[in-house]
Design a binder for this molecule. Structure first.
Ligand code: FMN
Length: 296
């Protein structure tokens, strides 16, 4: 097999509820299995605001992020802004969606690619991965477990393609470009979302939310978490609170009522007898997920 030699690979990622982190860890693992050592950088606690970013000896950058309102999350944009000139450094972009590789989700990489190209980076490969949805509508359990089951084999194939130097670019549709512009509205909405967050009386001041918020947006005041203006609505605090004590009245429709826990799903993988995906009736909303699962 003819692999391109990448000596220094940088993986940069953001994840709210752990789906993108899982994918990132697999990318890292499969690169290592092919003898490529990568350096991972999770964009959190304001590290994406660092001013100078030395990319001189990096010969491949892999960027991963969850789809937020058909776009990339704010930390990815902020990080991109701080990058120096790319001098044609190759970049791979992997987006992670809950709804499938269908339009308008496929518009989510357009904005980031535009910015990277302006800085003279060379986008060589882009792809959408699908994970269980943490937003508005929950993925049914069988479909969600299937997504976790196929993940390692899909990622192994993708890492091999990248190392073989395969090019994969998707031509953006005009409508996609317009949509990413409109969807910039999601960013201020996320800040307002945080202002609507409330804490139930069962909060035991464990500070889990304060310590785990990737945006450093939660502070303890008078023994109660308060939410500042830097939220990206990643939903980690709501789904991760050990006491399930955080809730909201505004935008409450975006929260999955029964919660979201990938570790719990992962533990169920072996208990499910799954019929062939071709026979499953997944409903209109998850048609894109079914298509993704059927692709070899
Ligand atoms: C604020 C927000 C907006 C989202 N918007 C979309 C979307 O437009 N399309 C989609 O397919 N999934 C959307 N999702 C779902 C996530 O992209 C998906 O569940 C992903 O796996 C979450 O990744 P993470 O666990 O790494 O945070 C959204 C999630 C959040 C929190």
């Amino acid at each position: 097999m003819n692999f391109k030699m990448f000596n220094k690979v940088k993986i940069v990622y953001f994840s709210g509820t752990g789906g993108t982190t899982r994918i990132t860890n697999l990318v890292y693992k499969f690169l290592a299995e092919h003898g490529v050592t990568a350096e991972k950088e999770f964009l959190e606690h304001n590290n994406y605001l660092k001013d100078i970013y030395d990319i001189k000896d990096i010969d491949l950058i892999i960027i991963l992020f969850p789809v937020y309102a058909f776009d990339a999350p704010e930390p990815i944009y902020k990080w991109t802004k701080r990058l120096p000139k790319g001098e044609r450094t190759p970049v791979v972009i992997i987006s992670v969606s809950g709804g499938g590789d269908i339009w308008p989700n496929s518009a989510c990489r357009v904005g980031i690619i535009k910015r990277l190209q302006k800085k003279d980076f060379n986008i060589i490969y882009e792809r959408m991965m699908v994970m269980p949805s943490n937003f508005m509508v929950s993925t049914n359990e069988h479909l969600a477990i299937r997504l976790l089951k196929v993940l390692p084999s899909k990622m192994a194939k993708i890492v091999k393609e990248i190392l073989e130097g395969k090019k994969r670019r998707i031509k953006p549709k005009i409508a996609g470009k317009i949509l990413t512009t409109i969807c910039k509205l999601e960013k201020p909405c996320a800040r307002i979302f945080a202002k609507g967050l409330k804490v139930r009386l069962n909060c035991n001041e464990c500070r889990w939310c304060v310590n785990n918020c990737p945006m450093d947006n939660i502070e303890m005041q008078e023994n109660k978490p308060i939410f500042k203006w830097n939220c990206v609505a990643c939903l980690r605090c709501i789904y991760g609170c050990p006491k399930n004590a955080i809730y909201t009245k505004i935008f409450s429709f975006i929260i999955i009522k029964k919660g979201y826990n990938l570790n719990k799903l992962q533990k169920q993988i072996d208990d499910f007898e799954l019929e062939p995906i071709e026979n499953s009736n997944v409903g209109f909303l998850f048609k894109g997920v079914k298509e993704y699962l059927m692709k070899k």
